[in-house]
Design a protein around this ligand. Structure first.
Ligand code: CP3
Length: 354
């Protein structure tokens, strides 16, 4: 395997000294890029891109050709796991993900099979191997999965939801059934992430987009506990290096103090908590990744630069910061504006490191 030429991301995630703050962007491969839209149109739809390792590799590399990014992230989705469990994932045009066969009753949950990940999700691991080969050691590759709670919201609701009425009903009426579902997803996710690591993923991120829709106690019981199982089961070293694990609960706020106790290496921070406050919550026990408001990318280059400066200032000096947005880049963004952000991180961050 080629020697890693730029390991800023891996060092920052482990709170080791760096010369400047590394930067990558959630959803950096996606619809704001015309070259992505073209590949997706040719392929037919989003899942056809994910399931073709050469196309998944191509779109993973597209943003790296445009911007001085310090990481690639596997092009895939958090819903590949329920798809592999036979729920029938499809994307209705303009409406987001849908499942043909949602899991709604206790008997649906008991009948759910843990898939053989090598057999059902081999296309993902092949994409990881292809991307590593093409990156040729330029930057590290991040693998990912959804948190069991977040994935379960789609499995139970059958689609994106605003109020999570069905799954919250299950949490009150039959918590044991929900815990069984979360456990099944957590075990499969652990196998899935370990196979990504074995195929070459050099850091892992768990996306818990909807954990904060739960109250604090339910968050600990249903979301954090299932992420804990994943952290406990993950391969933490490969190719002679530590494989850092990033947990991201959008809207976590003070719950970050609990997240630290899982033994993860870093937390993703959305833009509703400033990094100075987040740093107090985590007491410098883990690295932090974030957290520019994605809406800032709609503004002028001057305002984007100021936004970058403010985020760097909010974290302050010392290691342990990875620059990112507080959530994914949206399809309406002008690609030139992301260039302004990345250049500003390169230019403004060295002063925060000795
Ligand atoms: O960050 C990256 O560049 C890696 C790729 C990635 C995608 N989805 C590609 C994608 C990652 C890390 C995800 C994670 C994901 N998927 C999450 C958690 C992260 C977050 O944003 O909070 C969630 C909740 C999903 C589920 C999902 N997939 C939804 C709700 C949607 C539709 C909404 C939307 O943005 O259109 C998707 C589709 C999806 N996943 C797209 C991409 C690029 C858009 C599909 C398209 O090309 O039309």
């Amino acid at each position: 395997m080629a020697q890693l030429k730029n390991d800023l991301l891996l060092r920052a995630l482990l709170r080791e000294p760096v010369e400047r703050t590394p930067v990558w962007i959630m959803r950096q491969a996606g619809r704001y890029l015309p070259e992505y839209r073209q590949v997706r149109e040719q392929a037919g739809d989003f899942m056809s891109v994910c399931s073709n390792p050469d196309l998944a590799c191509e779109v993973t590399l597209q943003p790296l050709r445009r911007y001085k990014l310090d990481a690639a992230i596997l092009f895939s989705d958090i819903l590949t796991i329920p798809d592999a469990m036979g729920l029938g994932l499809y994307f209705a045009a303009g409406e987001g993900p849908r499942f043909e066969r949602p899991v709604q009753t206790a008997s649906d949950i008991r009948n759910l099979q843990r898939p053989d990940v090598e057999q059902k999700l081999g296309y993902v691991f092949e994409a990881v191997r292809t991307i590593r080969r093409e990156l040729n050691g330029s930057v590290p590759l991040i693998g990912f999965a959804g948190s069991p709670w977040t994935v379960a919201t789609y499995m139970v609701e059958g689609r994106s939801s605003r109020d999570f009425a069905t799954i919250k009903g299950l949490a009150t009426e039959d918590p044991e059934a929900l815990l069984l579902l979360l456990d099944t997803v957590a075990q499969t996710t652990t196998d899935y992430l370990n196979a990504q690591v074995a195929a070459g993923a050099q850091a892992i991120m768990v996306f818990d987009t909807w954990g904060a829709a739960l109250g604090a106690d339910d968050y600990r019981r249903f979301s954090l506990a299932s992420m804990q199982k994943i952290v406990d089961g993950l391969t933490r070293e490969n190719e002679g290096r530590r494989v850092p694990v990033i947990l991201f609960t959008k809207g976590a706020g003070p719950l970050m103090t609990d997240m630290v106790e899982t033994g993860c290496d870093a937390l993703g921070v959305d833009w509703t908590t400033d990094l100075a406050t987040a740093r107090e919550y985590v007491a410098d026990k883990v690295a932090l990744q974030g957290n520019l408001n994605p809406a800032t990318l709609r503004e002028s280059p001057e305002i984007i630069r100021q936004g970058v400066a403010d985020v760097l200032e909010s974290y302050g000096s010392g290691p342990g910061h990875v620059f990112n947005l507080g959530h994914g880049i949206t399809p309406d963004i002008d690609p030139e504006h992301l260039g302004v952000l990345v250049d500003a991180v390169h230019e403004l961050s060295p002063q925060y490191h000795d």
